[in-house]
Write a protein that binds this ligand. Structure first.
Ligand code: SF4
Ligand code: SF4
Length: 249
């Protein structure tokens, strides 16, 4: 992957280390939780709404802005910032992040950036960069991390795994070649990826035509397991949007 990178961003090699520490003692503490555009992945929504004890539709109503550009086939979801003159994150407090254990992947991975793409063989290839922005004083920290150590420290594995699965839809060859989606297909995209409570009810119903995609064992697991339900939702969407039948896992 060849990218033109700004001065504040550079490629991070696999074994390379960097020093970083973000804590309440840094002068910039929580400054990066304001005036930001925070795109939410399906797994971010799953974790946040569970942390807040909200149903999926309650979370979407209160905290999410859905944007659909005419030139883009699929909508994007963003965290709705507070209208306080600083566009603050709704979860920031003077003592830090109030949803820290379930904060979005973008908040965890910073100051590393990850760009992933599907390979021709259907795998995932990821490129990592280090963002060294002037306002961030975390680089004065003394703790050294390799990329793998940073990902482990920030508990990113489940986020990356779910995001890579979603990528099989977002970067599907038909989407990349300009496939036009109907209003019904966009509705199903939002339902299966972001509105898991309603999707679970649909899947449990007798009318749900999923026998070909859903084993009895999986049906039992997704009755209570949100991550597995999301994983199934991705597979179901690939069938709904692209006519693909992927293997039961
Ligand atoms: S979710 Fe937490 S870490 Fe992320 S921007 Fe909001 S307050 Fe900051
Ligand atoms: S700007 Fe950097 S050091 Fe400051 S709070 Fe944000 S991540 Fe932490």
């Amino acid at each position: 992957m060849d990218l033109q990178l700004p001065d504040t961003v550079r490629r991070l090699a696999a074994g390379e280390t960097f020093r970083f520490a973000c804590h309440p003692g840094v002068a910039c503490f929580t400054e990066c939780c304001r005036e930001l555009e925070l795109a939410l992945t399906p797994y971010d929504v799953l974790r946040l709404r569970r942390c807040l004890g909200l149903s999926a539709d309650q979370f979407l109503d209160r905290y999410v802005v859905v944007e659909k550009e005419a030139a883009e086939p699929l909508p994007r979801l963003y965290l709705a910032m507070v209208d306080d003159g600083r566009a603050s994150c709704p979860f920031v407090s003077p003592t830090g992040c109030t949803v820290y254990s379930d904060r979005p992947g973008a908040c965890r991975i910073y100051p590393v950036g990850r760009a992933a793409r599907l390979t021709a063989a259907g795998g995932c290839q990821a490129l990592h960069v280090l963002l060294r922005e002037p306002h961030c004083l975390g680089f004065a920290g003394s703790t050294s991390f390799s990329m793998a150590e940073w990902f482990a420290d920030q508990e990113l594995a489940a986020y990356n795994e779910a995001n890579d699965q979603v990528m099989t839809i977002l970067q599907h060859a038909r989407i990349r070649s300009g496939m036009l989606l109907s209003a019904g297909q966009i509705e199903r995209f939002l339902l299966a990826l972001y509105d898991l409570d309603r999707f679970r009810v649909l899947v449990a119903g007798n009318e749900f035509p999923a026998a070909i995609l859903l084993s009895d064992q999986e049906r039992q697991v997704i009755a209570t397991d949100d991550a597995m339900l999301l994983s199934f939702g991705i597979r179901w969407l690939r069938h709904e949007l692209f006519g693909e039948i992927t293997q039961v896992v």
